[in-house]
Every structure is written in C-alpha cells, then in structure tokens.
Write a protein that binds this ligand. Sequence first.
Ligand code: ZN
Length: 317
Amino acid sequence: MMQPVGIHHITALSGDPQATLDFYAGVLGLRLTKRTVNHDDPGTYHLYFSNQAAEVGTHLTFFPQSNAPRGKRGGGQVGDVVFAVPPRSMAFWKRRLIEHGTKYHVEQRLGESVLWFKDSFGLSLGIVERDVEGGNAWDGIVESQYAITGIAFATLLSMFPDHSKQHLKRTFGFKLEDSDAAFYRLNGTVETGGELHLSRTVHGRGIEGAGTVHHIAFRAANDDHQREILHALDGQNYRTTQIIDRTYFRSVYYRECGFILFEVATDGPGFTVDEAFDQLGAKLTLPAHLEKKRQRIQSALRSLEIQKGYLEKPSQP
Ligand code: ZN
C-alpha cells in the first residue's frame, strides 16, 4: 500500500480565542472539531478546525493567547496556509471576505490564481479553486457547495531552501513537480494536504508570535511508518524528541535543516477516541493526565461563545 505523503496538520499562533473561533468557524466556515488545551501549556486553548469528516490533512489548529505579542513572518517558518475551495466559488469567497471586512488581493503562484488575505492577527492565508473528490459535506456557516475542502498547500520559508528540498524528498518522499524563479512545488501522494511550496528566497529569520505558524506536521500512516521516518531522520543525524502521545495521534518533533519546526504525526487513533463523531468540539476535552485538574483548567480559560453552525450538535457546558 502506498504510504500517505502529505500534511497532517498545521498549528499556528493567534490572539484572542473567541476572535480566532469567530474567524475560522464563523467567517471561513470550518468545523470546530476539537476544543482542548495545549498539552505543554494547559492555560492555553488548542482549537482544531477541519472539514466535516475531520480528516487528516484538513486540520488547521491554533494556540490562541489574548494579548500575545505579534510575531514576524520569516525564515524558519511556514509562511502561508492556502485552502482549497470548489471550482467556481472564488466570486463567493471574494464577496464573503469583503462583507467581513477582510481585504484580499489576487496573485498568481506557480500558474495558479490565489486569493491572498490575512486573519486579524496577521497570519498569511490563501484560497485556490481545486476539484477535490467528495468535496466537504459541512453545511456549517458556509454552504457545502462553497465550503473549504482542506489545505491545498503550505508555503515553507526555509533558511536553506535547497537543503530543505532534499530533506523533504529523502525523508517523506515528496517529489519536485514544478518550479519557477521563486518557488519549488513539491507533491506528496494525497489530494488534500499533499502539496508544499518551498520559497527559493532565503528570508531573514522570522519571530514566533501571534499571526505566525508554530509548526507543520507530516503524516505517518501508523507507528511502523513513523518508525521508518525516524530511521530516515536518524540516518541524517537528526535528533528528534521522544514519541509523545497527543491523544489523537502520536508525535515526534524536530527542527529541519532550514530551521522550520517539523512534527511527524500518526494518522490514528483520531478524534473520536474521547468524543462521538457528531459531538466533536462540543466540550473541552483533556488528556488523561490533566483530567484531574479539569476544574482548575476550565475556570482559568475564558469561556467561548459557540455560534450555531460551528459544531454538528449544540455546545455542551
Ligand atoms: Zn502539531
């Protein structure tokens, strides 16, 4: 069986949690699929946004912190997250962004028209039309005929682009499919989340903070596949973290040769380990070791107002 080569999820930093929720679920119409905390910092939410089926490759997640200092997009980071929308829905999205006071501009990238915009914290986002099989059945805030189907591609801003290109090919099996003077296009094996644009420009080092991407996770089909990837990393003298149980997947982290924080995450066990599929995101879920501190954690977090259409079923207290 062909191993999935592609993005598992992307995690970014933002400011106010409610504003984050209202933009990604309320304006962009994604499904809130998990409301948990940053396992390494339980005072901070970890919010997951996905397609209706909550599929790997469609997750954009956030660590929102009110009053977090703004970061600076730059080298050693993922620079843009670009969503796929169904063909002939660009006019809808232009209208929708304008209605919500979000400015955009259209610019070509590797022969494709991209609608570029930012969230209110400065994170660089885009929308491209892609004919994705099955689409996204989520009739949340945005009707499913226009709904974002997942991540079309992410832009990597490496401090050493050619080294990063080799590393992505050798470690994960991405293939160089196209390039121009500014970007390499690398493709994996999956339709959603299977594309990376690697900037050929060496950017000055970025600064971590609100409006920047924290890390990008790549898919490991299962524990065996993850071990294979770890073996490949070992062969390149990379030092990774231990395998960490993130409840919904098992992860290792390391900084690749272009200084971008990479994660290798297993596809399973998935989001339904602690919530029914139709209840995803309806309550604050905590990993087992934090469950005994639930009351303290919950009272320290600002409560979120969940609008109709953010979840499949109404929110629970
Ligand atoms: Zn992650």
